[in-house]
Design a protein around this ligand. Structure first.
Ligand code: HAS
Ligand code: HEM
Ligand code: CU
Length: 560
């Protein structure tokens, strides 16, 4: 009886930020649930099986499904998860309350933007995919809703910075605690990164309203990729933050180096943005030497991930040995694989190794010619965002929902099963997609299962196609299990007061920031931010200037 007496009010009275974090996160997972539903349909497409005729009249065609999949998963879910983690963790770490009025404003703004954009998406009025390349033209409501949604993240930037500055005033001369440092670098990076989309929206919204006769496709693509590359780190860094500040403790150990983790985030602040041309190697109108400069900078932005590979693996080794693991590799078996959160991170990071290697292939100018616009590319990014980022979020939900609500995790066994199946399904799918792209040049974004001609042309790869069907089924089961576990956990009536009090599992560091020269240098956040801005101006300024002064506007088309 005692556990039933905690009302909803009691659970959040002392920590309204918990309610905010819960709502943000569950909204994100709701978007993911709908967006993920289309994933297996796409995997089946690349297995030669077309299920879209069965979905009419609710969903009209493959590109409507693909647009919903890309937008809901890659833009909506990821941003809402960032707005959860990168506000909640610093607030807890500093023991300060974020500005709750603005926090709720950001939630309602995100929800409103999402709903406004969802209407045309669901009506097949915005099947322009998540990259919305002009001259494909969607309904004005899509661009406006998307702009409102993205602008809600500007409130998050303000909330995080205000929280940090408030702490700094009260603690002069002290080194910012790690999760907060990461959040500050992260939100500043996003501010710089998001400017491309903001400027693009200033063209697309009037164009879709008929106030502008045309837009320049090359300029629109360039503005998109200005944001479109760093946005992948906007997805990734909440996962990295959780891996640095919580995973070592959850695995039973410590973070080996706090200062090195700070360096990683400064490097992301510096190098995330000025690299977007690696998505435009095949575009005319950008001189090869600019593409080369962005190639070199892309190699730079792989460095913080390589440092992360080292730091996280070493921290896991410390944990495995603390758990009694012996010998060269015995520590791996001694990690708590039965813990669904730790499992999700371990499997996600394992997938991230080939995903990162594939990224280096993509970034290599000549090799890119071989893989660009083939299904190799969805193979690459389902290892990155579809596996590591999504599994980090799923794994975190397994402790965060109980922590926020006081409701114990339902069906732990199913939670563990969902992570193994997700990993297995993604592994099989991405393996098949890589080879189908590389060996048979099968294009991405192609509704091949609806075209007998295409199926005939690609029949040599039928063995790989069969793997896509298998992976689609496995991933569907994994998704059903996962969403059952989190929604059953969050919606149950049972609350356990002990859970309400449980703290965020912040890990201790072996090498601490106090007394570290590196930590002192990284602490000069505004300097690094300024340097990042200068790099962006140098890497993009001349090309953008040329594009803005030589625009070739074209009217919109609707191909679906
Ligand atoms: Fe990428 C295309 C290059 C990282 C996402 N990428 C995409 C697209 C998406 C995407 C969505 O240069 C397609 C966009 C579209 O629709 O057209 N990408 C890179 C490079 C990296 C990279 C160099 N990408 C990401 C991440 C993403 C993501 C992260 C999402 C989250 N990507 C490209 C290029 C293209 C591209 C080209 C354009 C291709 C084209 O032609 O269209 C690097 O940041 C990768 C660095 C990563 C590593 C791996 C480090 C390994 C770690 C794991 C350690 C393991 C441990 C496990 C700790 C070097 C950290 C221990 C476990 C135990 C059990 C002990
Ligand atoms: C595209 C499958 C989950 C993000 C695709 C494609 C396939 C696929 C086969 C390529 C479609 C094409 O090029 O025509 C799946 C399956 C999933 C899943 C089976 C799990 C059940 C996810 C998740 C994310 C994601 C969790 C991100 C959080 C994307 C994006 C695209 C894509 C951004 C590109 C859309 C475009 O080209 O416009 N997915 N996916 N997917 N997926 Fe997934
Ligand atoms: Cu990129």
């Amino acid at each position: 009886m005692a556990v039933q007496t905690l009302t909803r009010f009691d659970a959040y009275a002392d920590a309204p930020e918990k309610k905010y974090a819960l709502y943000m996160m569950m909204l994100g997972f709701s978007a993911l649930a709908l967006g993920t539903f289309f994933g297996p349909l796409q995997a089946f497409n690349y297995g030669g099986l077309d299920l879209y005729p069965l979905l009419k009249p609710v969903f009209q065609n493959y590109y409507q499904g693909l647009s919903l999949h890309g937008v809901l998963n890659a833009i909506v879910f990821t941003q809402l998860f960032a707005q959860t983690i990168m506000i909640y963790l610093p607030a807890r770490e500093l023991g300060l309350r974020p500005n709750m009025k603005l926090a709720w404003a950001s939630f309602w703004m995100a929800l409103a933007g999402l709903l406004i954009a969802a209407v045309p998406l669901l009506l097949n009025e915005a099947s322009v995919l998540y990259t919305f390349y002009a001259p494909l033209k969607a309904s004005w409501a899509f661009y406006t809703g998307a702009a409102i949604f993205v602008l809600s993240s500007y409130l998050s930037i303000y909330i995080a910075l205000e929280l940090w500055l408030r702490w700094r005033r009260a603690n002069p001369g002290k080194i910012t605690p790690l999760a907060t440092f990461m959040a500050v670098a992260f939100w500043l990076m996003w501010f710089l990164a998001s400017l491309g989309l903001v400027v693009e929206a200033l063209f697309l919204i009037p164009w879709s309203l008929g106030l502008l006769p045309g837009v320049d496709p090359l300029l629109m693509r360039t503005l998109f990729w200005y944001t479109g590359h760093p946005i992948v780190y906007f997805w990734l860094l909440p996962a990295y933050t959780l891996a640095y500040v919580t995973l070592p403790k959850l695995a039973g150990g410590k973070l080996v180096s706090d200062p090195l983790a700070r360096l990683v985030f400064v490097l992301f602040l510096l190098f995330s943005v000025p690299v977007g041309f690696h998505h435009q190697f095949a575009d005319p109108g950008i001189a090869p030497y600019w593409k080369f400069i962005h190639t070199v900078l892309t190699m730079m932005v792989a460095v913080p991930s390589l440092i992360t590979a080292f730091t996280i693996a070493a921290s896991l080794e410390v944990a495995g040995r603390a758990n009694g693991g012996k010998g060269l590799l015995g520590w791996i078996a001694a990690l708590p694989w039965h813990n669904p959160t730790v499992l999700a991170f371990l499997l996600g990071f394992l997938a991230f190794i080939p995903g990162g290697a594939g990224g280096i292939v993509n970034a290599s100018f000549n090799l890119n010619q071989n893989v660009h616009n083939t299904v190799w590319i969805p193979g690459h990014f389902h290892l990155q965002v579809g596996t590591l980022v999504t599994m980090a979020a799923m794994g975190t939900a397994f402790w965060l929902i109980p922590h926020l609500t006081g409701k114990p995790l339902v069906a732990r066994g199913l939670a563990v099963a969902s992570q193994w199946l997700w990993f297995l399904g993604m592994f099989i799918m991405t393996f098949a997609l890589h080879w189908m792209g590389f060996l048979y040049a099968i294009p991405r974004r192609a509704h091949i299962s609806g075209s007998p001609l295409a199926m005939e042309a690609f029949k040599e790869s039928s063995a790989w196609m069969a793997l896509n069907i298998v992976s689609g089924v496995i991933l569907l089961v994994a998704a059903v299990l996962f969403f059952y576990v989190i929604f059953a956990t969050a919606l149950q009536g049972h609350r356990d007061p002990k859970r309400v009090l449980e703290e965020v599992p912040f890990a201790e560091a072996i090498s601490k920031p106090e007394g570290s020269g590196l930590a002192r240098v990284t602490e000069r956040v505004w300097f690094w931010f300024g340097l990042a801005a200068v790099l962006v101006v140098l890497a993009y300024g001349p090309v953008l200037y040329q594009m803005f002064t030589n625009m070739l506007p074209v009217p919109g088309v609707r191909l679906w």
